[in-house]
Structure formats: C-alpha cells, structure tokens
Design a protein around this ligand. Structure first.
Ligand code: PLP
Length: 452
C-alpha cells in the first residue's frame, strides 16, 4: 500500500479501510468470500499489461506465449476439477459468462445450421437477404429461466435485462405453498412454451436442484440445458453436490462466477460439452474484450486450491454452517423461505419483525452484520425495499466459523431485528426505509461481532 500511497493516498486509504471493515464485520453476503493470499497476489501482476484477444494458440496479437500457458493451465484445472469436456476461463464476470454462453448456444443452434442452409462459410459471405433471415431467426428464439423473485438471476431472462431482450422469455417460479421448485409445473410450462434454452441455477434459492430432472425436461422439449452455478460452484468443486445435484454431467453448458463459494478472483467461466466448444471458444472477441490475463492466472491458482482435501472440508463446512444458521434462526421463531436450507443460502423473511428488507439490512449493517436485502416469492414490497434478507455462509466459513458460532450469529441477528422498530416518514406515513435501533442493542451486537 505504501507504493499506492505515494501516487494516490485516497486509494491507499480506501483499500486499507476496506480491510479493516471486512475484518471488523460479519460478512454474510451469500455471494462474497475471502480469496486466499496466493489468489490476491496473482491478480496484482504485469500479466495485466498484455493484450491477448483470441484463444490459446490462436491470438490476434503477437507475444502471447505466457498468456497461452496461463489460460491453458486454468482451463485444464477447470476441466479436471469439474469433470467437464471443455472449459473457457476468459469471461470477466458471471454476467459476461452468461451472455457469452447465450451467444454460443445461438451460434451453434441457429447460425451454424443457417450458414449451411445458405451455402456460406461465415456471416461475411451471406447476401443481404440471407443476413436478414438469420437476424430474424436469432430474434425468434425462446428462453425459460427462474424468475427473479423465486431466486433466479437478472440474466436468466428478466425482462429489463439484456437477456430478456435477446430472447422471447418466460419465467418459472416456485410452488406457492412449499416455495420449492415444482418440476412438474416446470415441465408443463416447457411443453407449452417450447424454449430453445432452459436455464437452471439461482442467486437466492436456499435449496439444491435436481439436474437429472432438469435434463429430462429439456430433453422432452428438445431444449438446450444451461446451468448457472455461480452461487454453488464451490459446493460442486468440493463434492458436496454430487450425483443428480452436480450440474456438469447433465447440462450442455454450465456457467459460473469464480469469486463466490469457489473462493477465487472476481471473474466468470464456462464449462461445456465438446459439441459447444467451438462456439464458446469464439467468445473473445465476438462477445468479450481482451482477456484479463492476470485474473485467468488467479483463476488457475484458485482452481488448484479447490482440488485439495482442505477445500472439500471447507465446502462441507459451508453447507453445515448454513444448516446451523437456519436452525438457530428457526429455534428463535424466525420464518425462512422454504423452511430451511440445504445449500449455502438462508433466506430470512423479516415480515414477522414488522420490517422491510431494507430496514433489516440497514439495522444489521449498523450492528456489524453485513447482509443484503432480497425479494421473497411474491414479495409485497417490490425489488427495492423487499421483504427478505439473504444470508450466506461461504465467507464466515473461510474465517473458520463453526456450527456453534453460526448459532451465536443467528442469536445476534434475531436480537437486532427484534430491537429494530420501523418509523414514519415526515408526513407521518409508515416508512419502508426508516427505523430506530436502540444504541444498547447496536453496541451489544458490535461487541459480540468483535469477539467472534
Ligand atoms: N449468475 C448468478 C446466479 C449470480 O448470482 C450472479 C451474481 O450475483 C451472476 C451470475 C453475475 O455475476 P457477476 O456479478 O460476476 O457478473
């Protein structure tokens, strides 16, 4: 930091303060973690300075021999760790991975057959009329993904998102009573809608998914099965999710982030069957800009860490800690979406405390507990204020928290939320954002967070 200090002290100060803050609070944001020192160190190198558009051995720039090594090693680790036929480690983030995957599926399923039909080798050879036909066919394709308020991600076809505009989209939800995925309802929806792509995976669903069933549904309607395992990639890598819960043997294309439960650098990745490899491999430069070579190197280091027995223990602890957190909350009369968890996420419905998600998030933050507000199924408060708090255990598990620590954390959360009272706006109307939290409750939580 001394080197940065000399150039821009405010950046050195913000970086130092971030370390202090991350150490001083309980990080329960389900999508966050603490990357190891080797991963962090690998990101801070001169590999960042190199342009390397293209793919291994096929670059649009000279002098890419070291980036070739980096990308090949990262892809090799990814293939071996997840048992995938093909891995693409260039996407800069999870959203980039999803957009690249959608584009590759469209290229493979729509563009390649059209080129053969029109007798062209590439789009550059198409006549204006054939090009228009191809563009029209791209625009006709359908995607079925999990709705945002059931726990899906924006890129799973949410209408305002680019994915909802690339495709004609429909969303599947969860059963209104159990709040669990209803595979029969999903199958019926797929039969009626006939999508090109079914997307499985989630950002805020606290349960495991049966990917064998997802494969059956996709096969029945002739759809491509894409799984976004951004949230639970660490549990797949750590062999907590095996058999029907491991997406890789069942999906055509799997996308992920590398920075959540997988505990790597901020970035994305795509795994695919060999059939999709040539299309995905053209992601850069057709969808993505030049690869972040330093981040690909850090992905290789994180994937090497994820192969170890220690990582398997870590992944099992993440799931055990989530269960302990859920049980601790339930024992203190909290309501959880789906009644519990069997992954790394706990979705707490804060209605019983008389609060919105926004009020609960702010009160917890003040008390040293960092979470994020989240919609619950059929949320009465909408996506901004929300009715839920999403909690996740990957980060605290990295700090060595045990199941009994998680029970203590559950107690702290309930104590803070019980002490928090909603207040009114200046016009006297109930506010969805304002609240009061007695100093004593805040201090008690901060002290407990400190001792943990
Ligand atoms: N996919 C899922 C399921 C996610 O939860 C997220 C991020 O929260 C993403 C994709 C996007 O990842 P990124 O923020 O790296 O673009």
């Amino acid at each position: 930091l001394g080197v940065i200090e000399q150039v821009e002290p405010r950046i050195a100060q913000a970086t130092r303060q971030e370390l202090t803050d991350q150490r001083a609070s309980l990080k329960l944001i389900a999508s966050e973690n603490y990357a190891s020192l080797p991963v962090l160190a690998t990101m801070g190198t001169w590999l960042s300075d190199k342009y390397a558009e293209g793919t291994v051995g096929h670059r649009f720039y000279a002098g890419c021999q070291n980036v070739d090594t980096v990308e090949a090693v990262a892809a090799e680790h990814a293939r071996e760790l997840f048992g995938a036929e093909y891995a693409y480690v260039q996407p800069h983030s999870g959203i980039d991975a999803n957009l690249t995957a959608y584009w590759a599926i469209l290229a493979h399923k729509v563009e390649t057959p059209a080129l053969a039909e029109f007798g062209a080798k590439g789009v550059a050879e198409l006549s204006e009329a054939d090009w228009e036909t191809l563009r029209h066919r791209f625009g006709e394709q359908r995607l079925l993904g999990m709705s945002l308020d059931a726990g899906g991600h924006l890129t799973h076809g949410f209408r305002p998102n680019v994915s909802g505009k690339m495709f004609h989209q429909r969303s599947y939800g969860t059963d209104p009573n159990t709040e669990l995925l209803d595979y029969d309802a999903l199958a019926a929806q797929a039969r009626e809608f006939r999508p090109l792509v079914i997307v499985a995976g989630y950002s805020a669903y606290p349960r495991r998914v049966n990917f064998a069933k997802m494969r059956e549904i996709a096969d029945e309607v002739g759809a491509v099965l894409m799984v976004d395992m951004a949230h639970f990639a660490g549990l797949v890598a750590g062999k907590v999710f095996t058999g029907d819960e491991d997406p890789v043997p069942f999906a055509d294309v799997v996308t992920t982030t590398t920075h959540k439960s997988l505990r790597g650098p901020r970035g994305g990745m795509i795994l695919a069957t060999g059939e999709y490899a040539p299309s995905v491999d053209r992601g850069c430069p057709l969808v993505l800009g030049g690869p972040l070579s330093h981040v690909m190197a850090a992905k290789a280091v994180a994937l090497a860490e994820a192969r170890t027995a220690e990582f398997r223990t870590y992944a099992q602890n993440v799931a055990d800690n989530a269960k302990a957190l859920a049980e601790g909350l339930l024992r203190r009369d909290a309501r959880l979406v789906t009644g519990g968890t069997d992954n790394h996420i706990v979705l707490l419905d804060v209605r019983n405390f008389g609060l919105t998600g926004r009020q609960a998030e702010s009160a917890l933050l003040e008390s040293g507990i960092v979470t994020n507000r989240n919609s619950v199924p059929n949320d009465p408060n909408g996506a901004w204020y929300t009715t839920g708090i999403r909690l996740g255990t990957p980060a605290l598990t990295s700090r060595g928290f045990t199941t009994s620590d998680m029970d203590e954390v559950a107690g702290m959360i309930v104590d803070v939320l019980r002490s928090t009272k909603p207040t009114t706006t200046s016009t006297g109307a109930p506010s969805k954002a304002k609240y009061t939290l007695p100093e004593q409750a805040r201090e008690a939580s901060l002290t407990a967070a400190d001792t943990l």
